[in-house]
Design a protein around this ligand. Structure first.
Ligand SMILES: Nc1nc2c(ncn2[C@@H]2O[C@H](COP(=O)(O)OP(=O)(O)OP(=O)(O)O)[C@@H](O)[C@H]2O)c(=O)[nH]1
Ligand SMILES: [Mg+2]
Length: 270
C-alpha cells in the first residue's frame, strides 16, 4: 500500500469513527467497488462484532416490502433508534420515491438525519442479495446504528444469503402472490422467521394466513418426527441450542397480517 492510500484510508477511518454519514457512504462505496485497501478497512472497523438488530424484508415484487419497512422504520424512529436502511433492487433506485409506496413516509425517512438509506443493485447474484450486502450491513452495524433494515427482491428462488446477513427474515406475501403451497415450494418456509400477509384489506388474505399456518404446522410436525426417528435425537438440545437451524425445528414462524398503508397490524410486527 502506498503512503498516500494509507493516509486516505486513515482519514476515512477517522471520519467513520467520528460518525460522519458521508464517511459511511464513502466506506460503502469503497467496499462495494472493492477498491484497494477495502479489506484492511473492513478489518479495522469490524473488530467489535455485530451489535445492531438486522432485519430483512423479502417477498415477491410489489408485495409491500418497502411500505412495511417504512412502517417499521417510523416506529423505530419514534423510539429514537438510529437506522440504516439497505434496499437491494435490480430495477429502480430507492431514492425514486415511489419505491417506498407512501411518498409521505418516504420523504419523512429520507430527510430524517437518524436514517441512512443506501440502495444497491443486485448484480445478478443468485441469493437475491447483492454480493457485498453482508459487508454493507456490517459497515452500518459498525457505524453504530441500533437497527439495520434491508429489503431484497424475492423472486421465488431460495434466498439463503438473507438469512446469513440478518438476524430476522420477514417474508412478505400478498393474496395475489399465490398460495401457501407455492411459498413452500419457493423455499420461503425455510428462510422466514416471520411471515407477513400484507394487503390484508384485499380478498383472500385470511385464506392465505390460514393455509400458511397449516403448512408451517405440518412442516414443524414432520421435522420433529424425522429428528426423533434419528437415534441422536435430544429434545433439550433442539430447544436450547442457539443455532438457527436447531431452533427452527421447534420454532414455527408466526404468520401476521398487515395493511402497510394504514399501519394496521404494525404493532404485532414490532
Ligand atoms: N391495498 C393495499 N396496497 C398496499 C398495501 N401495502 C402496500 N400497498 C401498495 O402496493 C404497492 C407496492 O408497495 P411497495 O411497498 O412498493 O412494495 P414492494 O414489495 O416494496 O415492491 P418492490 O420493491 O417493487 O418489489 C404500492 O402501490 C403500495 O401503496 C396494503 O396493505 N394494501
Ligand atoms: Mg420495494
Amino acid at each position: 500500500m502506498t503512503g498516500l492510500l494509507e493516509s486516505a484510508l486513515a482519514d476515512l477511518l477517522g471520519r467513520f469513527h467520528a460518525g460522519q454519514p458521508a464517511a459511511l457512504g464513502q466506506a460503502i462505496s469503497l467496499v462495494e467497488d472493492e477498491r484497494p485497501g477495502f479489506q484492511d478497512f473492513l478489518h479495522e472497523v469490524l473488530g467489535g462484532g455485530p451489535s445492531a438488530a438486522r432485519v430483512g424484508f423479502t417477498g415477491p415484487p410489489g408485495a409491500g416490502k418497502s411500505s412495511l419497512l417504512s412502517m417499521i422504520a417510523m416506529n423505530c424512529r419514534a423510539q429514537d433508534e438510529e437506522l440504516g436502511v439497505v434496499a437491494v433492487d435490480p430495477t429502480s433506485p430507492y431514492s425514486g420515491g415511489a419505491l417506498l409506496g407512501d411518498r409521505i413516509r418516504m420523504s419523512d425517512l429520507a430527510t430524517d438525519p437518524g436514517v441512512f438509506i443506501r440502495s444497491m443493485a443486485t448484480r445478478g447474484s443468485l441469493g437475491g442479495l447483492a454480493t457485498t450486502t453482508k459487508e454493507v450491513l456490517d459497515l452500518m452495524d459498525a457505524f453504530g446504528f441500533d437497527r439495520v433494515l434491508v429489503e431484497t427482491v424475492g423472486v421465488g428462488q431460495t434466498e439463503l444469503e438473507i438469512t446469513a446477513a440478518t438476524d430476522t427474515v420477514i417474508v412478505v406475501l400478498v393474496p395475489e402472490s399465490g398460495d401457501a403451497i407455492q411459498a413452500m415450494k419457493a423455499g420461503l418456509m425455510e428462510i422466514a422467521d416471520i411471515f407477513v400477509v400484507n394487503k390484508a384489506d384485499r380478498p383472500g388474505a385470511d385464506r392465505l394466513v390460514k393455509d400458511l399456518r397449516q403448512g408451517l404446522h405440518l412442516r414443524a410436525a414432520t421435522a420433529l418426527e424425522s429428528s426423533s426417528a434419528h437415534h441422536d435425537f435430544d429434545p433439550d438440545q433442539i430447544i436450547n441450542k442457539s443455532g438457527k437451524e436447531a431452533n427452527k425445528l421447534a420454532w414455527s414462524p408466526p404468520v401476521l397480517s398487515t395493511v402497510a398503508q394504514s399501519g394496521e397490524g404494525g404493532e404485532d410486527l414490532m
